[in-house]
Design a protein around this ligand. Structure first.
Ligand code: 5AD
Ligand code: SF4
Length: 479
């Protein structure tokens, strides 16, 4: 019998009051060496949460003896870790699944796995079952810890398996992880989202908001420091509400920043922030600790009060700009970036003008901009979508021109200055040039020996462009 446990959005929508438990991962000792002599390939779509999940999936696979490959023809297992945030993200995945069909014809033993946010949607699972019968295993975001058990079943029984939980499970600690980067690490501090912005599918695909206990986070960061990591990025859909779900202790995001800021880690970043929960204590921490980076991604989504209200963002344009002013006052050197959606239902030209005005006033140094994409099951999907696609595109182009001015302005202010760069490796476009990011998260290219890779070095900025800076090395090592 095929094992099928499909998702249910109405269950995913529910929020229980009970606190989630923390459990420790224990390897199922009866499943061993599933991957000896076999290769895997993972394609990761979407946000950092998915990238962090992929690192766990890799860890689980390598524990079974699988070895990574980038060549699809030699892969015994292909896993697509999917994103559901907009329709075009999903279309990319369906395109990939179509492409995989021909590879499976050549290699019928190839195991194809779909994980991540898309399996949490009922319609997606139906569509895969109907049209992409070459998929062997589908599981969602709440049961990654059971991936190897599922794989064992699929490999032994030679039958497809669908296991998607709609209600989130416990927080699972001590899962194996194989990190992509040797110097920068993602550190989950919480999972899920309880905001229910009306356009957004994330509260349904990632479940109830639940924070990791500080002991586990601090232990993870201490281990990363021991292993030579230079930078951590704290991850959550709304990091500013970290800890608000604890019923037995008062320990919030600013408390966590205080504790981590004291550790000997060179760089701390965090994403994503929600303006409504971003308080002065957090601003004070950024100002106080030199290892908390002067870079904040602060999604605004729109500058119009009426659109913000319909989006359920719980702040006004004035409140957002007031927060931005308070940040600039205490952290004058900060770089702010944002996310903006255009063409949300009912957005008028005047509403859009408000967004442009906010972008100018907030002095963003970058932004991810999107055309609104209706997501089935979200409240906004029921709103009449009265902005034509042409008009939405027109607004996007106008907005992007303004945003690009911000990128250039943000880079220009470093011209002639000396900045600290964490050297990541060679530039993507020129293999003779090193590249890395500054404290303000600006990309810098410069000439230097490869012995600098993984170090923080001082670089003088000689030229600024829209997307990057050119620099010259000042001293070999800053620290
Ligand atoms: N349509 C367009 N953009 C969206 N985002 C989230 N949901 C949607 C949607 N339905 C954008 C928001 C969010 C970012 C991660 O993606 O701007 O901050
Ligand atoms: Fe989506 Fe809003 Fe949660 Fe961000 S805060 S993940 S936009 S619901």
């Amino acid at each position: 019998m095929e094992r099928i446990n499909k998702p249910d959005l109405s269950v995913a929508r529910k929020r229980s009051k009970s606190e989630v438990d923390t459990i420790n991962y224990h390897k199922n000792q009866s499943i061993k060496n599933l991957g000896v002599g076999k290769k895997y390939l993972i394609q990761t779509h979407g946000c950092q949460a998915n990238e962090a999940d992929t690192e766990v999936i890799q860890g689980l696979l390598e524990e079974q003896g699988f070895v990574k490959t980038k060549i699809i023809e030699e892969a015994d297992l292909v896993l697509i870790n999917t994103c559901a945030i907009r329709e075009n993200a999903e279309n990319k995945v369906f395109g990939e699944l179509g492409r995989l069909k021909s590879f499976k014809k050549i290699n019928p033993n190839m195991i194809i796995v779909v994980s991540g946010c898309m399996p949490q949607e009922e319609e997606v699972v139906e569509r895969i079952m109907k049209k992409y019968k070459h998929v062997d295993l589908i599981f969602g975001t709440h049961n990654i810890n059971r991936f190897i058990e599922y794989l064992d079943y699929v490999m032994k029984e030679r039958k497809p398996l669908i296991e998607v939980y709609s209600k989130e499970g416990d927080i699972v600690e001590d899962l194996p992880q194989l990190r992509e980067n040797r110097f920068k690490a993602w550190v989950n501090i919480m999972f899920g989202c309880d905001e229910f912005c009306t356009y957004c599918i994330v509260p349904y695909t990632r479940g109830k908001e639940r924070s990791r206990r500080k002991e586990y986070i601090i232990k993870e960061v201490e281990n990363l420091i021991k292993r030579g990591y230079k930078e951590i990025t704290l991850l959550g859909q709304n990091v500013n509400s970290y800890g608000l779900d604890f019923t037995d202790e008062v320990y919030q995001f600013s408390d966590l920043l205080e504790d981590l800021g004291k550790l000997p880690i060179e760089r701390i970043r965090f994403t994503t922030s929600h303006p409504k929960d971003f308080n002065d204590k957090v601003i004070d921490c950024i100002a106080k600790y030199p290892n908390i980076m002067p870079y904040i991604h602060l999604p605004v989504q729109s500058g119009s009060d009426s659109v913000l209200k319909k989006m359920n963002r719980k702040y006004t344009k004035a409140q957002y700009l007031d927060l931005v002013d308070r940040i600039y006052a205490k952290v004058p050197n900060v770089s702010l970036t944002t996310d903006i959606i255009v063409g949300f239902p009912t957005e008028t030209k005047e509403d859009f003008e408000e967004t442009l005005d906010l972008v100018k006033k907030a002095k963003f140094e970058g932004a991810y901009t999107f055309i609104y994409s209706p997501r089935k099951g979200t409240p906004a999907a029921k709103y009449e979508n009265d902005v034509t696609p042409e008009e939405a595109k027109r607004r996007l182009y106008i907005l992007n021109d303004l945003v690009n001015e911000g990128y250039l302005r943000g880079n220009k202010r470093f011209e002639g200055k000396t900045v600290k760069v964490l050297v990541e490796g060679y530039s993507k476009t020129n293999k003779d040039v090193l590249s890395g990011y500054t404290e303000n998260n600006k990309l810098v290219n410069f000439n230097g020996p490869d012995s600098l890779i993984g170090k923080i070095v001082e670089v003088k900025v000689v030229k600024s462009k829209t997307w990057s800076l050119d620099g010259e090395i000042v001293k070999k090592e800053a620290e």
